[in-house]
Write a protein that binds this ligand. Structure first.
Ligand SMILES: [Zn+2]
Length: 56
């Protein structure tokens, strides 16, 4: 029976799109229908927070 001493530290508002990293990884797709994935992934700047990682 432990006493509940833990307080939740205030979490900084993170950008939900990139989870605060400022970058997102997207899969490169080819083809007109973009159904085929090449297996390559590229890291791109998060467009939601513009790379800051903060919640817009
Ligand atoms: Zn972001």
């Amino acid at each position: 029976m432990a006493a509940r001493t833990g307080k939740k530290p205030p979490a900084p508002a993170k950008c939900p799109a990139c989870n605060g990293t400022g970058q997102t990884t997207e899969t490169v797709r080819v083809g007109a229908r973009k159904k085929q994935e090449t297996g390559h992934k590229q890291t791109v700047m998060c467009l939601d927070c513009l790379g800051t990682g903060a919640k817009p």
